[in-house]
Design a protein around this ligand. Structure first.
Ligand code: NDP
Length: 252
């Protein structure tokens, strides 16, 4: 039910943070994982780590905001691994500012990296998944897919869009046996949120107070959900929006 042997997975932003947590889960379940990001030194380090744990992995460079780069990533994956079964659209950035201070270039950078990227990668992956007889796509949203905050105009728009893109792709591709889901992380300890802790006064205390589990999430909290959504165990589930947040979103 949870066996991914013989499957090939691309994890964008798989060289660190939540993407690496998901890559660990997928590789541990037997999938060959393509770590797809810009920083190749960081990607090679992640590949070494996955291999040392007994998994199969390779690093391919991509800028997910660039259409040609995304198409080249999927082409290389299929050439080098023979197929593509699983896509995790995880790469993301944030620029924390009040809405009136955003330049159009900054707005576009966040939307392109977080949302348009998921469309580009999914569109590029579709033919290979269809040819393989099915596939699994996991898009990473955020608590900002649900809530608002003064400093997340572009990020929140991109993460809200991720949920609706997920539902549209799920509806379109169910007939091709491709299931598409959104995972909405709570507050997870990564490079992204280390920067947020420096920029947003009181964030650490607020996260600990508001999260019923009473802690920040760890990247390994994402291994299990990645395996479940990538495996035959979830074949009749599609378009689901799943929080992995220690209860953050259910506390009134
Ligand atoms: P990190 O900053 O640790 O990781 C971000 C990853 O995205 C890196 O691997 C980075 O690799 C990659 N990336 C960024 N831009 C691009 C690009 N243009 N092309 C290819 N890869 C890119 O952050 P997290 O692990 O925290 O975030 C991962 C996802 O989870 C994001 O979508 C984020 O919005 C989401 N998330 C995180 C939360 C948290 O609390 N941490 C909460 C909710 C959502 P490289 O720089 O090498 O390209």
């Amino acid at each position: 039910m949870f066996d991914l042997k013989g499957r090939v997975a691309i994890v964008t932003g798989g060289n660190g943070g939540i993407g690496l947590g998901m890559a660990r889960g997928l590789a541990g379940a037997g999938a060959r994982v393509v770590v797809a990001a810009r920083n190749q030194e960081k990607s090679r380090k992640a590949v070494r780590e996955l291999e040392q744990a007994g998994g199969q992995a390779l690093a391919l460079a991509v800028d997910v905001a660039d259409e040609a780069s995304v198409n080249a990533l999927v082409k290389s994956t299929v050439e080098q691994c023979g197929r593509l079964d699983i896509l995790v659209n995880n790469a993301g950035i944030n620029i924390r500012k009040q809405p009136q201070e955003y330049t159009l270039a900054e707005w576009r950078q966040v939307l392109d990296t977080n949302l348009t990227s998921a469309f580009l990668c999914s569109r590029a992956a579709y033919p290979a998944m269809k040819a393989a007889g099915g596939g699994k796509i996991v898009n990473i949203g955020s608590m900002m897919s649900i809530f608002g905050a003064s400093f997340v105009a572009a990020y929140g728009a991109s993460k809200g869009g991720i949920v609706q893109l997920t539902k549209a792709l799920a509806a379109a591709w169910a007939k091709d046996h491709i299931q598409v889901h959104a995972v909405l992380p709570g507050w997870i300890d990564t490079d992204l949120t280390q920067a947020a802790r420096r920029q947003v006064p009181g964030l650490n205390e607020n996260v600990l107070r508001r999260t019923p589990a009473g802690r920040w999430g760890a990247i390994d909290d994402f291994a299990g959900i990645a395996v479940f959504l990538a495996a035959p165990a979830s074949d009749f589930i599609t378009g689901a929006v799943i929080t992995v947040d220690g209860g953050y979103s259910v506390q009134g």
